[in-house]
Structure formats: structure tokens, C-alpha cells
Write a protein that binds this ligand. Structure first.
Ligand code: ZN
Length: 400
């Protein structure tokens, strides 16, 4: 805890130092000129702060070139701390161990049963974190924080997982608190769409952007919104529930209790239902995408129709938030242009032309790793700056 008086010279210096650290941490590495541009600090201030951070071993500085000119790139020291990402999905558990210089040191995924209890899930996660830390050669006390992704909305007040059709045995459990107690490490928790957005922002198709939406289409449909470089969650943590935009008041009943939500037209259960009479009951969404790529007309039609419906939601999002890029993730993204072209058609049709012109709709580049990498990025974006300068971090749970 700092005892500085707000507005004093030292608290100003500390605030500037935190701004520089945060900028470097989120970008992986930056030149001093880029740090100055990104933070609004003067070149001289940045230069002084970088020197100080270098002397304390927090950052490393290397010669590089920028636009043909010599420059110095600043990145966090590889041994400044270790972060862990854990992603629980519909059918998998994925864990990654990385450092603050954005290097992934170990990563593994294993299949998980949808009906797994929360306790069993945590047992598996604990064992996997332990194994990967050993593989990467780090003791648990080097871990600054753990990012945890869960496939459902987190209640901001209680940290508990709201009702989810994806992991029904987890409803009402506060996964962040549970895991923090088991691991003895600070845990930050967020839903899968927000983590996918963070992953693509820091490592994937959103690099260098400050305004984007990541739309995950799998069993459910959700969006992670990045506004001004930060995830926008809203006061209750439910921002981005694009899957529950009403498309047809007389449509099918949705798991949210409403009717005709976008999700009831493009969620995997709905798409598989459409094809079950012709292709049998054991179909999976990845298989539908594969068949579509091989030219199956029914699968192509179902994917194109889903794209058009998703595009209606994207057009609304575009009118409200004017993002620079929409990144499609989840199983359906593997369909590539088969789904992206119809999305763009709908956006052109329904969005305000000036907003649509500035928008690009692209597939994610991280595939199934987006969420676990986003979990690493979550720790980097949420951790107290004291973590990066080597002080102990209080165990914190869930969203503030
Ligand atoms: Zn709904």
C-alpha cells in the first residue's frame, strides 16, 4: 500500500511508472517513442522511467529499428513473474503458463466431460497447473496471478457463475474464489467471450487496435467488447450478450426465457437440429463445417443462413459501438468465407453505411487457444503494478 499523498511528486511518479509498465505489459514490447505516444508522457519522462525500470531488473531494453531508424525496444523481463491461464470450455480444459514478456512457456489441453462437477474440474485444473509449472521450470511462488475463463456470465457481486447450459453442474459456484483457495494464488475470472477478445487483442487478429468486438459462436453466442483498449463489461458484467438480441418475437424459446433470440437461430444445437434429419443425430459443429468445406449443399446453406443472422446482430453492434474490427471465433469461425461473406452482406444491408465502411469482419487467428491466451492477458491487464516490480500481490477474487 502506498502512503503517498495524492498529487505529491512521488505519487505522480508512481502513476507514470504504472502507465509505462501497463503499456509495455499489454503490448509485449514497445519502442520508447511508442510508449510516449501510447501514454501521453514526454520522451524525457519515458526515458527516465525506462532507465529506472531497467536498473531494477523489471524491463529489458534491446536495440531494434523502427521505420528504418534505430530504436530501443522495451519489454518486461522474462523473470519478472509468471502468469497462468485456465480455460474451461464445453468439452475441454486448457491451461497455459507464460511470462510477462508474452512468451508461452507451456500449454496443454485435455478433454473434459460436460457433466463434470465443479470439484472434479478444479482437481483436474490444479493437477495440470502443477505439471505445466514444473515443465516450465518455475516454482508456484513465481506465479503473479491466474486468469480463469468460464463459459457463462459471472455475477459481479458474488463472483458466482450464473445459469449456464454449458456446464450445468457449476451454476451458483464462485470459481475464482474456489480456485484461489486451492492454488493459493490470486485468481481473476471472466467469461469466455471476454477472454477471446483479450487473446485476439494481445496476440491475434486484433493486435494494434483499440476498438473491436470478438464474437464467439459455439453452443452459445456471446461477444467480448474492447472499447478504448479495455474490455467493456458494464456495471453488472453482462455487456456483450449479443446472442440474446431478439430477431423474432414468435421464434423458438431461448434458454434466457425470451423468444427468437439470435442464439436460437445460430447456436450449435439449433444448427445441428436443422441437419439431423438428413445427416443423422451424431453430428457435431466441426463436422458440419468440414462437410461444408467439402461442398455439402445442406451444410453450406445452414452456415450461410447462420452468417446472415449473425450479421444482423453485428450490424446492431456496429451502429452502437462503431468498432474497427469484428473477429469471429468459436467452431463456426472455421467455416471461413462460407460464414464471413454472409455476415458482411448483412452488415452492408443493416448497418449505417459510415460505420459499416470502417468495419472489417475477420476470423480469429488463435482458434481454440484464444480464451486461454486471453486468460494470460487478463492477469496482465488486471494485476496490480506492484506485481511487476516484485512485491507481493494480495489474493484477489473475481471482478472488482
Ligand atoms: Zn435468449
Amino acid at each position: 500500500m502506498s502512503t503517498d499523498t495524492p498529487g505529491s511528486q512521488s505519487s505522480l511518479h508512481r502513476a507514470n511508472l504504472e502507465r509505462v509498465l501497463r503499456a509495455v505489459r499489454m503490448a509485449g514490447s514497445l519502442t520508447q517513442a511508442e510508449i510516449a505516444r501510447g501514454t501521453g508522457l514526454s520522451a524525457a519522462t519515458v526515458s527516465n522511467i525506462v532507465r529506472e525500470l531497467k536498473e531494477s531488473g523489471t524491463v529489458v531494453v534491446a536495440d531494434t529499428s523502427s521505420g528504418g531508424r534505430r530504436a530501443r525496444s522495451v519489454s518486461l523481463s522474462g523473470d519478472a513473474g509468471i502468469v497462468v491461464g485456465i480455460d474451461f470450455g464445453h468439452t475441454h480444459l486448457r491451461v497455459a503458463v507464460g511470462n510477462l514478456a508474452h512468451r508461452v512457456l507451456a500449454e496443454e489441453s485435455e478433454p473434459i466431460d460436460v457433466d463434470v462437477s465443479a470439484a472434479q474440474g478444479f482437481d483436474r485444473a490444479e493437477a495440470l497447473v502443477d505439471r505445466l509449472l514444473r515443465q516450465a521450470g518455475f516454482r508456484p511462488d513465481k506465479v503473479i496471478g491466474v486468469g480463469l475463463g468460464v463459459p457463462g456470465p459471472i455475477d459481479v457481486e458474488t463472483g458466482a457463475l450464473g445459469s449456464t447450459a454449458i456446464l450445468p453442474g457449476w451454476t451458483g459456484i464462485a470459481p475464482g474464489r474456489e480456485l484461489a483457495a486451492r492454488l493459493g494464488m490470486p485468481v481473476h475470472v471472466d467469461n469466455d467471450a471476454n477472454l477471446g477478445a483479450l487473446g485476439e487483442l494481445v496476440w491475434g487478429a486484433g493486435r494494434g487496435l483499440s476498438d473491436l468486438a470478438y464474437i464467439k459462436v459455439a453452443s452459445g453466442v456471446g461477444a467480448g467488447l474492447v472499447v478504448n483498449g479495455q474490455i467493456y463489461r458494464g456495471p453488472g458484467g453482462t455487456a456483450g450478450e449479443i446472442g440474446h438480441i431478439t430477431l423474432d418475437e414468435a421464434g423458438p424459446v431461448c434458454r434466457c426465457g425470451n423468444r427468437g433470440c439470435l442464439e436460437t437461430f445460430v447456436g450449435s444445437r439449433y444448427l445441428l437440429n436443422l441437419l439431423s434429419t438428413t445427416l443423422g443425430p451424431d453430428l457435431t459443429l466441426p463436422r458440419v463445417v468440414e462437410l461444408a468445406h467439402q461442398g455439402d449443399l445442406g451444410c453450406r446453406r445452414v452456415i450461410a443462413d447462420a452468417g446472415r443472422q449473425i450479421g444482423t446482430g453485428v450490424a446492431t453492434l456496429c451502429n452502437l459501438l462503431n468498432p474497427r474490427r469484428v473477429i469471429l471465433g468459436g467452431d463456426l469461425a472455421e467455416a471461413g468465407e462460407l460464414v464471413l461473406a454472409p455476415i458482411r452482406d448483412s452488415v452492408a444491408r443493416y448497418a449505417i453505411p459510415s460505420a459499416a465502411r470502417q468495419l472489417s469482419v475477420v476470423p480469429g487467428t488463435l482458434g481454440g487457444r484464444a480464451e486461454v491466451l486471453g486468460a494470460l492477458a487478463l492477469v496482465m491487464s488486471e494485476m496490480g503494478e506492484s506485481g511487476a516490480i516484485g512485491r507481493s500481490v494480495q489474493a484477489s477474487v473475481a471482478r472488482p
